[in-house]
Design a binder for this molecule. Sequence first.
Ligand code: HEM
Length: 288
Amino acid sequence: MTEIASPDTGSRSQAPREIIYRHRVVTRLTHWVNALCFTLLLMSGLQILNAHPALYWGQFGADDDHAFIEFFAARPDGRDGKLAGFTRIGPLTIETTGLFGVSNDSDGDVRVIAMPGWATIPANRDLATGRRWHFFFAWLFVINGLVYVAGSLINGHLRRDLLPERRELSPRHILHDIWNHVRLKLPKGDEAKRYNVLQKGAYLGVGVLLILMVMTGLTMSPGMNASAPWMLDLFGGRQSARTIHFLAASATVAFIVVHLAMVLLAGPINEIRSMITGRFVVPPEDKS
Ligand code: HEM
């Protein structure tokens, strides 16, 4: 990641810019295939969730069992019998009309459905098609993940760029990085040439979430239940696996929100160009 590709003097009025080769081709290719797969998996997964928008723990889950997360519609008092959407997480119920439980379709008509049409593939209620999309992109996602891990082991990216060094794990170093992030003081000069410890932690953490999603996804497959029953034991049953699958997907969405915010803050053109071409313009050190 730190190998210098070429100095670039830019226009006459600007100081010379330092350009490094930041991302190898295997990182770039698998990153964008991953982003595509994750988006389509999320949207088709929400379509599947619509078929039974309640999450349970253990082996069983049906209408009469206790769900600790659910999305539903009800007619609250004093609203002239109008439907409203709700999300319940444990004892906490919040109204989510317009988003979860009750939303409007593209014609403006009210729909009683857990996830809105714009967030699902396909947009209308269609479990069979949603599952086809989900399973196709799940396998592409797994193959792509294996290519990324193998490539990163072979070219040293995992060890060199992603695993934190011992000195980076000291509480002082971590607190310093957190403080810099809180102040939105992003790395410049030499520091910007490598991932900081929070970035490494986030990327390794999302890797764990993605592996967890694949494993819990496989645990929900009847074929896998027959050939690898230990997976059901590992996750405490199919409904627990389904719930962990949903929670890991939600945590990944939270990662993506922060990830995109950081890309915007760090300079979206330079950042995204580096993930497309590999070339990254090192932000110059402040002269103060
Ligand atoms: C349109 C959406 C996305 C954009 C614009 C984007 C952009 C970027 C950029 C610019 C980097 C390089 C950061 C740097 O050099 O400091 C990066 C790295 C990374 N992104 Fe994304 N990203 C997107 C979606 C995702 C998704 C969906 C995931 C995972 C679910 C993801 C996971 C990662 C990881 C793990 C890395 C580090 C890769 C490595 O060095 O091996 N990104 N992303």
